[in-house]
Design a protein around this ligand. Structure first.
Ligand SMILES: *Cc1c(COP(=O)(O)O)cnc(C)c1O
Length: 356
């Protein structure tokens, strides 16, 4: 007899991407930003470290809420700050989906949604994306308490455009949670949907575009009624003082963000083109990673293994139907050139072409 609840005993648990704690890797597997955060962040953290750490932090992260509202043109009452957007995803599942209730998302997408729903003992409804990663009709599920849309999507890097997301928001039952972790690298976003749709929640993070994955700070934007409910569910002191100080400084430096994002988009174009020239099929990316299909699963596996031997980490996405795909984060131009060099050797050695 297990001591655990049945659903916990049975579930697999989320497996984060490899995070080697030692050794020098060209790390292109978990979509971290290769460039440093704004220098103002470090200064702000140092200053905050020298003050009042014996005191609890502001439970509402008021300064961060205000800064988010200022930068995004909304009201602080419409913002909730979390210990990474992963925490807020968990808060959303706990707040809206009871045991046995339906939570819907397309397949393939961010794997954490399923884990959170399993922990909650709610019902996972996975609906396959259409060809080219457009939204399928049957994403509209009667009685769904939450519909998740990772947008841009991971691992595909593709985007559902705001007019289509707006239509979805109007058609579904329950909440539409749009996870915009990668949206600063995209050509559009769904923030304006909050205005007309009392069931829409937009999630953002400082982990990717702001180069602060090590900090753990995310936030969500929704109408006041939803935010007030979510506050009841979150941990009281969910964001620490150092992260708050850093977040305010990072958000305040929009110039740094724009320059960082522009550089990444430039390298993304170079990476996509280079992979196409090598014979990969590359999905059009709106994120800071590129999703590429090669000849078969064996080739994709070989690419992953051989690159790892050379201390280059990429992701072999071993999802159903995507066994022949690799996901590669946009690194510095140097890192990408190192990876491309190793990749062409792998393809040469094995006598294989990436050939799709
Ligand atoms: C990286 C990522 C997150 C996690 O963001 P944190 O703020 O670091 O917790 C959420 N959703 C998606 C799709 C991501 O890729």
């Amino acid at each position: 007899m297990s001591l655990f609840r049945d659903n916990i005993e049975k579930m697999k648990g989320y497996v984060p991407g490899e995070q080697p704690q030692e050794g020098d890797y060209v790390k292109l597997n978990t979509n971290e930003n290769p460039f440093p955060p704004s220098p103002k962040v470090l200064a702000a953290v140092k200053a905050a470290a020298g003050s009042s750490l014996r005191l609890y932090p502001d439970p509402m992260a008021t300064r961060v809420r205000e800064k988010v509202a200022e930068v995004l043109g909304t009201r602080p009452e419409r913002v909730l700050v979390g210990n990474g957007s992963d925490e807020l995803l968990g808060v959303i599942v706990r707040a809206f989906a009871g045991s046995g209730e339906k939570v819907v998302f397309p397949y393939p997408t961010y794997l954490l949604y399923k884990t959170l729903v399993d922990v909650q003992e709610a019902e996972v409804v996975e609906v396959d994306f259409d060809e080219g990663f457009s939204l399928p009709e049957d994403i509209i599920v009667k009685g769904a308490r939450i519909t998740f849309l990772c947008n841009p999507n991971s691992p595909s890097g593709t985007m559902v455009w705001p007019d289509e997301a707006a239509r979805l928001a109007r058609q579904i039952d329950g909440v539409l949670a749009i996870d915009e972790a990668y949206v600063d690298f995209a050509d559009a976003n769904c923030l304006s949907l909050v205005e007309d749709n009392p069931n829409v929640i937009i999630l953002r993070t400082l982990s990717k575009s702001y180069s602060l994955a090590g900090l753990r700070l995310g936030f969500c934007i929704a109408q006041e009624g939803l935010i007030e409910g979510l506050i009841k569910v979150k941990d009281s002191y969910n964001v620490d003082r150092l992260s708050m100080a850093a977040a305010v400084a990072a958000l305040d430096d929009q110039k740094h963000l724009r320059e960082n994002v522009d550089r990444i988009k430039g390298i993304r174009g170079y990476l996509s083109e280079s992979l196409r020239e090598m014979g990969f099929f590359v999905y059009p990316s709106q994120a800071n990673f590129v999703f590429a299909r090669c000849k078969d699963a064996a080739t994709a596996g070989e690419i992953y293994e051989q690159l790892k031997r050379q201390r280059i980490l990429v992701r072999h996405i071993n999802y159903r139907g995507l066994e022949d795909c690799v996901r590669i984060s946009v690194g510095t131009r140097e890192e990408i050139d190192t990876m491309l060099g190793a990749l062409s050797e792998v393809l040469c050695e094995t006598g294989k072409s990436a050939g799709k």
